[in-house]
Ligand binder design. Structure first.
Ligand code: ADP
Length: 286
C-alpha cells in the first residue's frame, strides 16, 4: 500500500499501522487487513469515479442494519478519499465457516431484520448493487417500485449494452400486469438487498455479521431469493427463517421473479454468461 495513504490512515485512526495484508474475495475493491497494536481493521480501497459514493452508501447501509438491533454489522470507522482513492475502514471480523447452529442464528436474525418496517418502499437516497447504481425512489406500491426501480433500469442497461434486444425485454406495463396479482399485501421491510454467501461473516464466537449491503425497504423475500440463487445457505437457515416468516402459496413464483433482478445485475456486470438464465425467467413469466 502507498506510504502516504498508510500515514493518512494511521493519523485518522490515531494508531500506528504495524501490518497490512491483502484480503481476497471482493469483486469490486481492493481489500486489506490492517493491524495496529490494539486492533485490527478491514480496509477497502477503490480509485474509480463512483467509489466514494459507493463507500458512503455502504457505510450508511451497514449503519441502517445495525440500528435495527437485529443482526450485527462491522462498525464503520472512517470513509473518505485520499491520494485519488476512496477508502472505507471498518472493524475487522475474525471469521470461521458457518456451523448448523450459526446458520440457524443467521436465519432467525435475518427474520428479525425483516420485521423493521417503514411506510414506503425504497429509501431516502439511491445506492449501489455491486458497482451498478440502484435507484430507491420511494413508492407506496411494491409492484410499481419493482417494475420502475428494479427490473426497468436493469433491462434498459442490458439493452444499452447490447446484451438484450428490445423484443426480449418486457415493457413496464407487461411487468406490472404480471407482478401485480402476485404482489398482494406486501409491506415495506428493511432488506440487506444483496444477500449472497459472500456477504455474511460468522465471527469466531458464532455471531453473524452482514456485510456489503444494498439496503432499502422492500419485500423481505428478495433476500431469500438472492440466498437461493447461488446457494451456500444450509437448511437450518431456511427452517429458522420460515419458523418466523412463513412462505405463502406464491412465494416460489415470487422468488424466481426477484432472482431475475439479480440475474440482470449479473448480466450487466459480468456479461453473456448470465444471458440464458435471464431469458429462461423472462420467457417463463413475461
Ligand atoms: P467488494 O465490495 O469488493 O465485493 P467485500 O465487501 O465483499 O468486497 O469484501 C471482500 C471480502 O473481504 C469478503 O468476501 C469478506 O471475506 C472479507 N470482509 C469483508 N468485510 C470484512 C470485515 N469487516 N472483516 C473481515 N473480513 C471482511
Amino acid at each position: 500500500m502507498d506510504q502516504g495513504l498508510k500515514y493518512h490512515l494511521s493519523d485518522l485512526l490515531s494508531e500506528s499501522i504495524i501490518k497490512v495484508s491483502p484480503v481476497l474475495g471482493g469483486d469490486i475493491s481492493k481489500a486489506y487487513r490492517m493491524d495496529t497494536p490494539n486492533s485490527s481493521y478491514f480496509l477497502k480501497l477503490n480509485p474509480t469515479g463512483d467509489a466514494l459514493k459507493m463507500f458512503q452508501t455502504e457505510a450508511f447501509g451497514l449503519q441502517c442494519i445495525d440500528n435495527s438491533n437485529t443482526i450485527k454489522t462491522p462498525k464503520v470507522v472512517a470513509c473518505g478519499k485520499v491520494k485519488g482513492s476512496a477508502f472505507l475502514v471498518m472493524e475487522f471480523i475474525e471469521s470461521k465457516p458457518a456451523s448448523s447452529k450459526d446458520f440457524e442464528t443467521l436465519g432467525r436474525q435475518l427474520a428479525q431484520l425483516h420485521q423493521s418496517s417503514s411506510k414506503d418502499f425504497g429509501l431516502n437516497h439511491d445506492n449501489f448493487i455491486g458497482s451498478l447504481p440502484q435507484s430507491n425512489t420511494l413508492h407506496t406500491n411494491w409492484s410499481a417500485f419493482f417494475a420502475q426501480e428494479r427490473l426497468g433500469p436493469q433491462l434498459e442497461l442490458a439493452k444499452q449494452k447490447h446484451l438484450l434486444s428490445n423484443h426480449e425485454c418486457p415493457t413496464e406495463q407487461n411487468i406490472t400486469s404480471v407482478v401485480e396479482p402476485l404482489f398482494k399485501n406486501i409491506r415495506p421491510t428493511l432488506v440487506h438487498g444483496d444477500l449472497w454467501q459472500g456477504n455474511y461473516l460468522i465471527s469466531k464466537c458464532g455471531t453473524p455479521y452482514l456485510i456489503d449491503p444494498a439496503v432499502y425497504f422492500g419485500h423481505h423475500e428478495v433476500d431469500i431469493a438472492m440466498t437461493k440463487l447461488f446457494g451456500g445457505f444450509s437448511n437450518n437457515f431456511y427452517t429458522a427463517y420460515s419458523s418466523m416468516i412463513p412462505n405463502d402459496e406464491n412465494t416460489t413464483i415470487r422468488l424466481e421473479i426477484y432472482q431475475l433482478y439479480y440475474l440482470l445485475v449479473h448480466l450487466n456486470l459480468f456479461g453473456k454468461l448470465y444471458y440464458s438464465n435471464v431469458m429462461s425467467i423472462l420467457k417463463k413469466y413475461f
